[in-house]
Design a protein around this ligand. Structure first.
Ligand code: NAD
Ligand code: UDP
Length: 312
């Protein structure tokens, strides 16, 4: 396969940095664009010496003029604490960012993949979630800047495809975890591991019966690359996530057992609009991409715990 010139927006983030690494390993030229809103250079510092890697500090809410063959549009704060810190900027990043990157794809003829999210299903009434489910999203709540921003970005992707024949791919990513998550971003896997490592209380929000399905980052990145390189005309949306579902209480108990530092579980109020259950139906990804996660939660938690042991 000939090398591609690949742009990754949000390339210094948790998922973006793993994607940069994989695409460089496969012999591509990678342009990483990031404004470091929720990341630091530490995630990609080991790539800076690679002659095929280029880093550009840039905010995707502004236009970008570069020449590329493929675009992974990953830029957007992803954890509730971060995306709620400046909600107007979150919506701008999703919507203006999508318009700018789609404009770039239109001009260059590049394929463009959108990192969408299971949050487009909101608090789902269909379980597990299939891609044809339209979702149950509160348009005016504290999560709406993210959920509705991502929904509007999907609309823009499909309108660019219909109106301008842009080659689009839309991935709906479910909860993903692994090394390089930020220790203070409030997501449940990083929170529980950091709390357990420090011997602090493990904070379960609500009664812990709400569920999530956790995918290890290496599996997710593989799914994104397969989707980007899938057959012409496969636009998605395609669910990418691990269908093995756990309650938040089960996750807390697993982390406690694996870290074993004497922490106690405590219960805190459930945040507004917190979805009660979430599990991807990945039949489309299985059939179209031949993709299925093969790293179970216990196995993926080990390197994740080791990573946090090294930084907290
Ligand atoms: P992250 O916060 O680690 O990465 C996002 C990156 O985007 C950061 O490096 C941040 O600095 C950058 N960024 C934010 N606003 C920007 C802007 N205006 N211009 C340029 N860069 C900007 O989050 P992540 O977990 O790596 O998520 C990456 C993408 O995947 C996001 O779009 C997110 O919505 C999506 N996603 C992630 C998950 C998950 O579980 N991690 C689930 C669903 C969807
Ligand atoms: N959660 C929790 N304790 C924490 C952080 C999160 O019980 O310290 C819960 C949260 O209320 C939600 C689930 O874990 O029900 C997943 O939260 P996260 O923010 O990781 O992802 P999202 O809600 O966006 O799926």
């Amino acid at each position: 396969m000939t090398a591609n010139r690949i742009l990754i927006t949000g390339g210094a983030g948790f998922l973006g940095s793993h994607l940069c690494e994989r695409l460089l390993d496969e012999g591509n030229d990678v342009l990483c664009v990031d404004n470091f809103y929720t990341s630091t250079r530490r995630n990609i510092v080991h790539l800076l010496e690679n002659p095929n890697f280029e880093l550009m500090r840039h905010d995707v809410t502004w236009p970008l003029y570069v020449e590329v063959d493929q675009i992974y549009n990953m830029a957007c704060p992803a954890s509730p604490i971060h995306y709620q810190r400046d909600p107007v900027q979150t919506t701008k990043t999703s919507v203006h960012g999508a318009i700018n990157m789609l404009g770039l794809a239109k001009r260059t003829g590049a394929r463009i993949l959108q990192a969408s999210t299971s949050e487009v299903y909101g608090d789902p009434e269909v379980h597990p979630q299939t891609e044809d489910y339209w979702g149950n999203v509160n348009p005016i709540g504290v999560r709406s800047c993210y959920d509705e921003g991502k929904r509007c970005a999907e609309t823009l992707f499909f309108d660019y495809q219909r109106q301008h024949d842009t080659e689009i791919k839309v991935a709906r990513i479910f909860n993903t975890y692994g090394p390089r998550m930020l220790p203070n971003d409030g997501r449940v896997v990083s929170n529980f591991i950091v709390q357990a490592l420090k011997g602090q209380d493990i904070t379960i929000y609500g009664d812990g019966s709400q569920s999530r399905s956790f995918c290890y980052v290496a599996n997710l990145v593989d799914g994104l690359i397969r989707l980007m390189n899938s057959r012409d005309g496969l636009t998605g949306p395609v669910n990418l996530g691990n269908p093995n579902e756990f309650t938040i209480r089960e996750l807390a108990e697993k982390v406690l057992t694996m870290v074993g530092n004497g922490s106690r579980i405590v219960y805190k109020p459930l945040p507004q609009d917190d979805p009660t259950q979430r599990q991807p139906d990945i039949s489309t990804a299985r059939a179209e991409l031949g993709w299925e996660p093969d790293i179970p939660l216990d196995e993926g938690l080990e390197p994740t715990i080791e990573y946090f042991r090294g930084i907290v």
